[in-house]
Design a protein. Structure first.
Ligand SMILES: [Cu+2]
Length: 171
């Protein structure tokens, strides 16, 4: 009698578990809907590179990294700069490299987002996403310097012209 009860309980538990499992996989199937993806990044034909390495999106856009049954596992790991292989502290991370991945990230501010695939950093498997105007940092400030220089040159030219006029008046 007790054995019957235990068996029945186990059956109920396993049925409940199966239901939960099928519910979960149904949810996963719903999430393969890529409607929300502004850009989908996959693996290129070489199998060791992303197929869309330079992407521009706007704040609020979702980028999706999606691949299925790749021969090797890949992941998405945010790094600090264009040539860094170090995972950024507190950065975006898709988890362990997998042969099938559907990883999504919605960008909430202007930034330049650098990422690598950890197992293939030596093959330079990386990409960059510019969100809005990108990260405002020192290099882009120094890019503004030529514009400032042109302004100074113009003022110098004007001052030069004015002083030339003045000297003309004197004559
Ligand atoms: Cu990879």
């Amino acid at each position: 009698m007790r054995l019957v009860t235990i068996t029945a309980t186990l059956l109920i538990i396993s049925v409940a578990f199966l239901n939960t499992a099928s519910f979960a996989s149904a949810q996963e199937q719903n999430s393969t809907n890529t409607e929300e993806c502004k850009v989908i990044i996959g693996i290129d034909s070489s199998g060791v590179a992303f197929n869309n390495t330079k992407v521009n999106v706007m704040v609020g856009d979702t980028v999706c990294w999606v691949w299925e049954n790749e021969s090797m596992g890949h992941n998405v790991v945010q790094v600090d700069s264009e040539d860094s292989n170090e995972r950024k502290a507190g950065g975006v991370y898709s988890g362990e490299a997998e042969t099938t991945v559907d990883f999504r990230h919605t960008f909430t501010e202007d930034e330049t987002f650098y990422y690598v695939c950890e197992p293939h950093t030596s093959m330079d498997m990386r990409g960059v996403i510019t969100v809005g105007i990108g990260t405002i940092d020192l290099p882009s400030d120094s890019n503004d310097t030529p514009g400032f220089g042109v302004g100074i040159t113009l003022i110098a030219l004007l001052v030069g012209l004015l002083s030339t006029k003045k000297s003309d008046n004197r004559l």
